[in-house]
Design a protein around this ligand. Structure first.
Ligand code: NAD
Length: 258
């Protein structure tokens, strides 16, 4: 990354990954550490899982620390970003990854409470983290520029009818956020891109799916298989890297051809 110092193979810059204690976030945190970033491992509840990720990175010879914050809570998000200031390294990268998905439901059974919870995390949380990251990265605020990747979903294009239209709509907002913000901050040295994973084998599918749903979805995919979290992580790492230095406002489909 231009403008960031490199010392003994390590980039003296922070990558913050939200929801990094498991799944796609964990895989991304581990790969970013291998690229030399200092990794801020955000977690919501599970301090043990987050500490395990940090320890894996340190054992490998990397640098990482855990940061607790509910991304839907503005005060907690602001405190998380303020604590980055104390690390003495600039923020180079944000991966907006933390997200929630409730059980399958048709529209008749969607409660306002559920819809608001999905939007609070998947939309408001992404906005808040983008806002604070831009403050840290912007040349106008003395930052060195940077890159943001928003983790959306193939559901934003496909709609998830009869299953999770609330979740799909929240990811549609993430897509729209990516487009608007990428244009707003391009001149400030900040790139904003988006990945849209399809079926990825993580614990997000553990709650509430009909029996055999994952196999049914898999059989409909052109590649006839789901993806691994590491396959999403490597795309995110690329979008954050200098190899993608002229890429902003883009959407990368990671959905097995769907
Ligand atoms: P996951 O459930 O394994 O991980 C999600 C993480 O987000 C968890 O660590 C959870 O604790 C954290 N989180 C949830 N709410 C939070 C909050 N308010 N504050 C902080 N952290 C919070 O799921 P995953 O599959 O790794 O999902 C990661 C992202 O990928 C999500 O945004 C999800 O919507 C997206 N995605 C996943 C798939 C898939 O098939 N797995 C497909 C498309 C998109």
């Amino acid at each position: 990354m231009p403008g960031f110092f490199i010392l003994e193979g390590r980039l003296l810059a922070i990558a913050l990954v939200t929801g990094a204690s498991r799944g796609i976030g964990k895989a991304t945190a581990l790969q970013l550490a291998r690229e030399g970033y200092t990794v801020a491992v955000n977690y919501h509840h599970n301090i043990k899982a987050a500490t395990d990720v940090v320890n894996q990175i340190i054992e490998y010879g990397g640098k990482a620390f855990a940061l607790r914050a509910d991304i839907s809570d503005e005060t907690q998000v602001m405190a998380m970003f303020e604590s980055l200031d104390r690390e003495g390294e600039p923020l180079a990268a944000l991966v907006n990854n933390a997200g929630i998905l409730f059980e399958q439901s048709t529209i008749e059974n969607l409660t306002a409470e559920r819809i608001n919870r999905v939007l609070a995390t998947n939309v408001t949380g992404y906005f808040l983290c983008c806002r604070e990251a831009v403050k840290h990265m912007s040349h106008q605020h003395g930052g060195k520029g940077g890159a943001i990747v928003n983790v959306s979903s193939a559901a934003s294009r496909l709609g998830a009818p009869g299953e999770y239209v609330d979740y799909a709509a929240s990811k549609g907002a993430v897509d729209s956020l990516t487009t608007g913000l990428s244009l707003e901050v391009a001149a400030q040295g900040i790139r904003v891109n988006c990945v849209r994973p399809g079926l990825i084998y993580t614990d997000i599918h553990a709650s509430g799916g009909e029996p055999g749903r994952v196999d049914r979805v898999k059989s409909l995919l052109p590649m006839q298989r789901g993806g691994q979290p590491e396959e999403v992580a490597q795309a995110i790492v690329w979008l954050l890297s200098e190899k993608a230095s002229y890429v902003t406002g883009s959407f990368l489909e990671l959905a097995g051809g769907k």
